[in-house]
Design a protein around this ligand. Structure first.
Ligand SMILES: CC(=O)SCCNC(=O)CCNC(=O)[C@H](O)C(C)(C)COP(=O)(O)OP(=O)(O)OC[C@H]1O[C@@H](n2cnc3c(N)ncnc32)[C@H](O)[C@@H]1OP(=O)(O)O
Length: 399
């Protein structure tokens, strides 16, 4: 296969490191050191690492790892977690990524994965392939000396600090107890933890919270940084099973000596930090950005996998140029989803459906934004109720 003079095929295991380094160089990083490669190799899944070749030489790559993602209603769907996407800088804009995406989505379909997901390096790349922003996250910054939690914020349990070696044996099982039903949550296997450790480096510390019964129920991975005489704690990862674990971990982070600012990255939009603080302005939101991008590979199966809110069914027409088998009309209602031939009330592209799918966006917001055509205005409020999810979607896991 190929658009202009290139071929795409799954790579042999002996080619994985070349693909890894091609990806790193596409991200403007140096090639991996042996130790870094050893920590990353487990993430390369035979059969799911693709290469695009020009004149017989590897010029582009994309891979996926087999995972699950939680959708509204609590089901966890099989999903390909797409990553490692890169094309050599001297081979871009000649269709290599397009061929890689096509091969990868065809493969996902053969595997019976109704959705695919990724985190995007740039917002302009993936919509043409049917991906849309399905969850968002925010960056928060707190002045450590002025930010304090209210006495009324949940308390209980204890925090202990571990280094990465000590934390490694417990983090995987602990993560599985944290926030798992929230739409957008995905799995983290041992290979993910090893790869993440390589990515974050040696400077990371781990705070673990234990509840009153001695059960670990939350953790934070954080790192000290000095920038222009400002000392900060960068919180890379904070996941908890309950509110008390979250408030106690934030209390701990805000109590670390010698630190001016605490910066939480990739935090869920609904984390109630402002409500926990005595002075809500000490929580500054310095950024809101896209988190998880989803691609509905099989629209019917994906819609059937989630639950919908109450109300009248709505007929939507989905347009999908890249995967035309999804083109068509669907009746979506609390009692189920089916293809139909009725006149559509709402018309939208498949990437826009991804923005509705986990409940991140409302139909009315997308109508206002010009991304849904409302042929029947009465259907907009009905679609708002149908697609609403009980919890704000959030992934918060890099891959
Ligand atoms: C999930 C992840 O791994 S995210 C990481 C993605 N990788 C990177 O950002 C690394 C640096 N960038 C790259 O390696 C490459 O530029 C890629 C992979 C983003 C794109 O690869 P290419 O082979 O150039 O893409 P391809 O030629 O198939 O482009 C298809 C279309 O998308 C457009 N496009 C692709 N990348 C970009 C971009 N970064 N910005 C704007 N438009 C883009 C092309 O212009 C083209 O448009 P057209 O069909 O209207 O002509």
């Amino acid at each position: 296969m190929g658009v202009t003079g290139h071929q795409v095929r799954p790579l042999a295991e002996s080619e994985f490191r070349e693909a890894h380094d091609l990806f790193r160089r596409a991200l403007l990083l140096r090639s991996s050191k042996d130790e870094e490669w050893e920590q990353s190799v487990g993430r390369y899944e035979p059969g799911r690492v693709l290469g695009a070749f020009v004149d017989g030489a590897l010029a582009g790559t994309a891979m996926a790892t087999t995972n699950v993602v939680a959708v509204p209603g609590g089901r966890r769907l099989p999903v390909g977690a797409v990553t490692g996407v890169g094309v050599r800088a001297d081979r871009t804009r000649r269709g290599l990524l397009t061929s890689l995406m096509r091969a990868q989505l065809d493969d996902a379909r053969r595997r019976g994965e109704a959705v695919a997901m990724l985190h995007a390096s740039e917002a302009v790349i993936y919509e043409r392939f049917g991906y849309g922003v399905a969850s968002r996250s925010r960056t928060v910054e707190l002045d450590r000396r002025r930010a304090a939690l209210r006495a009324s914020a949940p308390v209980g349990g204890q925090v202990r600090v571990l280094d990465q070696d000590e934390a490694a044996p417990i983090l995987s099982a602990l993560y599985q107890r944290c926030d798992q039903d929230r739409p957008g949550q995905i799995g983290r296997d041992d290979a993910w933890w090893a790869g993440q450790r390589s990515w974050l480096g040696d400077g990371v510390m781990v705070a673990v919270h234990t509840d009153g019964d001695g059960l670990d129920d939350g953790f934070a991975l954080y790192e000290a940084k000095n920038d222009k005489d400002v000392s900060s704690l960068q919180v890379h990862d904070l996941k908890t099973a309950n509110a008390a674990a979250a408030t106690q971990l934030w209390r701990f982070l805000l109590g670390v000596d010698l630190v001016d600012r605490v910066v939480g990255r990739n935090r869920p939009l609904d984390e109630p930090l402002e409500w926990w603080l005595t002075d809500r302005r000490q929580c500054q939101v310095t950024g809101v950005g896209d988190d998880l991008w989803l691609r509905l590979v099989d629209v019917l199966e994906a819609l059937r996998a989630r639950t919908f809110g109450p109300g009248d069914p709505v007929v939507i027409e989905v347009r999908d140029e890249f995967l035309p088998h999804n083109d068509g009309r669907y009746q979506v209602g609390p009692d189920g989803v089916d293809r139909c031939s009725d006149e559509p009330q709402l018309v939208l592209e498949v990437a826009v459906l991804a923005a509705l799918y986990l409940g991140d966006q409302t139909a009315s917001g997308l109508v206002a934004g010009g991304r849904i055509e409302a042929r029947d205005p009465a259907a907009v409020a009905a679609a708002d109720r149908l697609f609403a999810a009980a919890e704000t979607p959030w992934c918060g896991t890099n891959f």
